[in-house]
Design a protein around this ligand. Structure first.
Ligand code: SF4
Length: 703
């Protein structure tokens, strides 16, 4: 698309995709992005993956929303394959901002007046800035009047956060992924960094080349396996058994760090007793891993001087996701592997700002900085800051909101930048719920699948079109800057939220995101010593930050944990099976996730020319043996059937897949993987079991 010499300006910003938070520069000519280059940010050192480098042109796609839209009377709601997002005139008419905002707000206000605050809910977005997340949750809590506000963290790391909050008093990572360079041993479990956090993967590869032992614990193989010291491929869903067996080895062979446990933890005696009988020999069959291999991995981790554990959604997206994370935390605490360079616990965050959006309070049970809504003192502080009363009841989570719509208790929603008609489990149920809403306001870049249910669609801002801060997986707060103008009548998300708030009678008057950031600092101690001016000057500051001139803490909790006692807590767990089992009718395990080239529900990357050309159509991946058993060849059509439905798509062979498993990306609307997934929830994190559904594979004709 050109070179730097052809550009007439350059703007420094941050990648809009994954939680790695690569810093980049937009090269611009005539208000168009020509190309993107990497900057020397702390989490990328000039590197970018294919999404960051080539996925910059989606804001100028032909189907970009540039005018507010209002549904035409009688236009059907629902995902219609024949609907053309580039010409939505079959279902929607264009409107002025005044009219669209009036219709949007009046519909919500009317439902509140008729049915009370609990009739409304909102989904904010981890794709938006910290300031926009703050404003969105503030609008729901102070304008709608309830805590029914959530976002996609519920679908990725809610269970990890639940376990971390319970055990160590903080939901964020204890050390950055750059610390892998200092570690002797790194465990990667339930994550596939080469695909989902590609630039973080380069740090793991470099660490391995310098001598760090990489241990991969996962049901299926992955590209980083080539760098691994050891890989354990365990039976899907047997995570808790495997981790308990490792804890048994550490306890029975007295490999634990007694000094660390005495000084920094509580509950170890109960854990010791709990894992006494969960020996590798007892767990080997359910894990599908030889006992000796479990012993070897446990010894490697426990006897390392410095070791880290990284995990992803293969850990969190289970009905026992919180238990999985509790086990990983117990492993680190038992061995004293936190609080020092080269040690730590790190749930690799998925979306570019899922850490920041969670910190800013897009969570139904906590106010910003994870402060419980039920805590009167916390509430009083925010009531004073926002000059209003706040609800003391935790709100509903993403899937619970869908259930409440289906049950008729939630009747109106404001959805900003989220696409539950693609991202929720058991999509037939989720889409039926969206269709039942009496009033739905969607704010997005495109007429997404979710927007096809909307009464009003508000054209929002793409990341290169606005200023704002984001917080990556390493707790690094970074600044995105406006690089190109907004097209047509599209507006920054923070402006749109404020206009809705004004129509709810809220006296908001923010002129720029920096003013929102200043207010956030009054409610979020995590932002102490981080100012907008610092971010402009330094590009990245890590929280917690001890001083105005300090870079922030890369490794935390060396002295004490942010719990009432200052100690971390062991939380013993018992193995639980997946919610549904494989059987004769459904003998294969379906797991879902992302592809390297596409991100989340594909609304941005599938509208990016290069990324779409690289991966233009849906395909499911199976192991070579599975393909042979089905009598298929790569590129043939295959049907996947679960207890919730069937999808026909092409099949691809992947030598790294485990036998008895099939993988489906969830970004393709024409083969929407979440039609098939199980909505069963982890009871603590309320996260659905996206990583395990019993299914049947059969050869199929082209649809
Ligand atoms: Fe963007 Fe993540 Fe790729 Fe970095 S690794 S360029 S943040 S998608």
């Amino acid at each position: 698309r050109g070179d730097s010499a052809a550009a007439d300006s350059q703007v420094d910003s941050v990648c809009p995709y994954c939680g790695v938070g690569c810093q980049l520069t937009y090269h611009i000519k005539d208000d168009e992005i020509l190309h993107v280059s990497g900057r020397d940010g702390p989490s990328n050192h000039n590197r970018l993956c294919v999404k960051g480098r080539f996925g910059f042109d989606y804001p100028r796609h032909a189907s970009r929303l540039t005018r507010p839209l209002i549904r035409k009377p009688g236009a059907p709601k629902g995902v219609d394959p024949s609907f053309d997002p580039a010409d939505p005139s079959s279902h929607f008419r264009e409107a002025s901002w005044d009219e669209a905002l009036e219709v949007a707000a009046e519909g919500l206000k009317g439902l509140k007046a008729a049915h009370g605050p609990n009739a409304l809910a909102g989904f904010g977005s981890a794709k938006c800035s910290n300031e926009e997340a703050w404003l969105f949750q503030k609008l729901v809590r102070t304008g709608f009047g309830s805590n029914h506000v959530d976002h996609c963290t519920r679908l990725c790391h809610a269970s990890s956060v639940a376990a971390l909050m319970e055990c160590i008093g903080s939901g964020a990572v204890t050390a950055s992924f750059m610390q892998a360079a200092e570690a002797d041993v790194v465990i990667l479990t339930g994550c596939n960094p080469a695909v989902n956090h590609p630039v973080a993967a380069t740090f793991f590869k470099q660490a391995a080349k310098r001598g760090t032992k990489i241990i991969i614990l996962d049901p299926k193989g992955q590209a980083l396996g080539a760098y691994a010291h050891q890989t354990l491929s365990f039976t899907p869903g047997s995570d808790v058994s495997l981790f308990n067996a490792m804890l048994n080895v550490i306890v029975s062979e007295e490999l634990y760090d007694a000094d660390y446990i005495r000084e920094h933890t509580e509950g170890f005696e109960a854990l010791k007793e709990h894992v006494r009988h969960l020996t590798p020999e007892a767990m080997a069959e359910s894990c599908g891993v030889p006992a000796e291999d479990i012993r070897a991995v446990a010894r490697e981790y426990a006897t390392a001087e410095r070791a880290m554990i990284f995990w992803g959604m293969g850990i969190s997206q289970h009905v026992h996701g919180t238990d999985n994370a509790r086990c990983l935390i117990s492993l680190a605490l038992a061995c004293g592997h936190t609080g020092r360079p080269g040690t730590g616990l790190h749930p690799l965050r998925g979306q570019n700002n899922v850490q920041g959006a969670s910190d800013a309070g897009l969570i139904p049970m906590v106010l910003p900085d994870y402060q419980p809504v039920g805590d009167a003192q916390v509430r009083a502080a925010f009531e004073e800051l926002w000059n209003t009363d706040l609800d003391d009841q935790p709100g509903l989570t993403v899937v619970e909101i869908m259930d409440a719509i289906a049950a008729g208790t939630i009747k109106g929603m404001y959805i900003q930048g989220e696409n539950p008609a693609m991202s929720d489990p058991d999509l037939d149920h989720a889409r039926a719920a969206l269709a039942k809403l009496e009033h739905l306001v969607v704010q997005d870049l495109f007429v997404t699948e979710t927007a096809q249910f909307a009464d009003v669609i508000l054209p929002a801002s793409a990341w290169p079109e606005k200023d704002g801060s984001v917080t990556n997986t390493n707790r690094q707060v970074q600044l995105g800057r406006q690089a190109v103008p907004l097209p047509g009548d599209a507006r920054p998300d923070w402006w749109i939220i404020q206009e809705i708030a004004k129509r709810f009678g809220l006296p908001w008057d923010y002129a720029h995101p920096r003013e929102v950031f200043a207010e956030m600092k009054q409610g979020m101690a995590s932002l102490d010593h981080i100012s907008w001016e610092r971010l402009e000057r330094e590009a990245s500051v890590t929280y917690p930050c001890p001083a105005d001139d300090a870079p922030g803490a890369d490794v935390v909790f060396g002295d004490a944990f942010p719990t009432a006692s200052g100690r971390a807590r062991f939380s013993p767990t018992l193995p639980l099976p997946p919610d549904e089992q494989i059987d004769r009718d459904y003998p294969t395990v379906l797991t879902t996730g992302r592809q390297l080239e596409h991100w989340h529900t594909g609304s941005m990357t599938r509208r990016s020319r290069v990324l779409d050309a690289l991966e233009p159509e849906a395909a499911a991946s199976v192991a070579p043996g599975e393909l042979r058993r089905l009598g298929l060849e790569a590129g043939d059509w295959m049907q996947i059937t679960t207890r919730r439905g069937s999808i026909t798509l092409k099949v691809r062979v992947d030598p790294l897949m485990a036998e008895g498993m099939v993988f489906m990306p969830f970004c393709y609307a024409e083969a929407a993987a979440n039609m098939l997934t199980n909505p069963a929830l982890d009871p603590f994190g309320k996260i659905p079991e996206f990583k395990y559904a019993a299914c049947r594979l059969t050869a199929a004709e082209a649809p």
